[in-house]
Design a protein around this ligand. Structure first.
Ligand code: DAT
Ligand code: MG
Length: 150
């Protein structure tokens, strides 16, 4: 069993467009466990830190501007292979390449407004969860798990 935790965020465009509930519902109905949830308005510094691996890219200033332009919804989801599954549920970075049925494939059109973020590796998830949930998350037992996992 590969029970793990990932950081998923609804970006400012998802909040503005009223897609927060729809994004949460994808993970919740799939069977994953929500262990962290809060709204945060990122500062430019937080946006720069979050995307620091991309700091050399030409689109970095615009990305930081966008990510700090309004509140985001930070989530920590827990479950089997949730880091990789979460990325699958998001779709591809580029909405054009995202299949219908994925979050980006159903709700977004443009690369710079692709509505959601998800950790892309165990190391990335650990790092991002430390950054966005320094207070920690909630360790609760989901009583229906016997109907979700064999
Ligand atoms: P992802 O969000 O799928 O993990 P990423 O980490 O490579 O993708 O990039 C972070 C975000 O930066 C991405 O969601 C949208 C934006 N972005 C990526 N590549 C871009 C590009 N070539 N032009 C403009 N924005 C880009
Ligand atoms: Mg990324």
């Amino acid at each position: 069993t590969n029970q793990e935790r990932t950081f998923i965020a609804c970006k400012p465009d998802a909040v503005q467009r009223g897609l927060v509930g729809a994004i949460i519902a994808r993970f919740e109905t799939r069977g994953y466990k929500l262990v962290g949830l809060k709204m945060v308005w990122p500062t430019k510094e937080m946006a720069e830190t979050h995307y620091k691996d991309l700091s050399k890219k030409p689109f970095f200033p615009g990305l930081v501007e966008f990510f700090s332009s309004g509140p985001i919804v930070c989530m920590c989801w827990e479950g089997l292979d949730v880091i990789r599954q979460g990325r699958q549920m998001l779709g591809e970075t580029q909405p054009l390449a995202s299949k219908p049925g994925s979050i980006r494939g159903d709700y977004s059109i443009d690369l710079g407004r692709n509505i959601c973020h998800g950790s892309d590796s165990p190391e990335g998830a650990e790092h991002e969860l430390k950054m966005w949930f320094p207070e920690g998350v909630n360790d609760w037992a989901k009583t229906i798990d016997a109907w979700v996992y064999e």
